[in-house]
Design a protein around this ligand. Structure first.
Ligand SMILES: C[S@@+](CC[C@H](N)C(=O)[O-])C[C@H]1O[C@@H](n2cnc3c(N)ncnc32)[C@H](O)[C@@H]1O
Length: 204
């Protein structure tokens, strides 16, 4: 089985940079889960070509988009110029498994990012980058799911219970925890996604 390492992700994003990639709509959980949050600073951890990070910046958030793939970030950067919101977004090439940002954000989101180190280690790391009083939104794949051309082995997925167990009281309050199945149409082909969605509020 292949590794979800930097080489894998650079290859994954190469068609998008070459202009062959399709700009996909923002995933539906982001608008639904952030509508009531006060606008502030946000990190998209594993932002890919920037769809969700740009969506936040267009709504006034001051956004950092971080990804291991320079190829993905090149596409994201080009889309920033199109969207005319360059002052509200920065792109950072970083390995989330090793990165040590010297700051925290009001909102940290991660959508379908699955590094070599596995899901729960990723979620624990990025949770520490949320300011007390801020929020963390996790959107991930359930086991057996297939998304944007790659299948997901168990190590690239996590169950709802495994994720919510990472966020006990009194440090965290779970605001959303659910699974959902939806159909997307990349390139006109119907693909069913089985998602897990968790939003937590950091209390301390
Ligand atoms: C399936 S894509 C999802 C991209 C985007 N969030 C979306 O929903 O379209 C997973 C993303 O995670 C990034 N990624 C994987 N491992 C990473 C790591 N260790 N550090 C930073 N980003 C990583 C990949 O480069 C890729 O852009």
């Amino acid at each position: 089985m292949h590794q979800f390492d930097k080489t894998y992700w650079e290859d994954h994003w190469a068609p998008a940079t070459a202009g062959q990639g399709q700009k996909l709509p923002v995933n539906p959980y982001l608008p639904a889960e952030t509508i009531d949050l006060p606008i502030g600073t946000a990190l998209d951890a594993g932002c890919g070509a920037g769809t969700e990070a740009l969506w936040l910046a267009e709504r006034g958030w001051q956004v950092t988009g971080a990804d291991i793939s320079a190829t993905a970030l090149t596409t994201a950067q080009a889309r920033t110029a199109d969207a005319g919101i360059a002052g509200r977004i920065e792109w950072v090439e970083a390995d989330l498994a090793r990165w040590q940002p010297k700051r925290q954000w009001d909102l940290v989101i991660t959508n379908y990012a699955h590094p070599e180190t596995g899901q729960l280690a990723l979620y624990q790391r990025i949770a520490s980058w949320v300011v007390p009083g801020g929020s963390l939104l996790i959107v991930g794949h359930l086991h057996g799911d297939e998304h944007r051309g790659h299948a997901h082995p168990e190590g690239a997925t996590a169950t709802l219970a495994e994720i919510t167990d990472l966020f006990p009281a009194p440090n965290w309050r779970i605001e959303t925890s659910c699974e959902n199945t939806r159909t997307v149409h990349p390139g006109g082909r119907a693909v069913q996604l089985r998602d897990v969605i968790v939003r937590v509020h950091r209390l301390t």
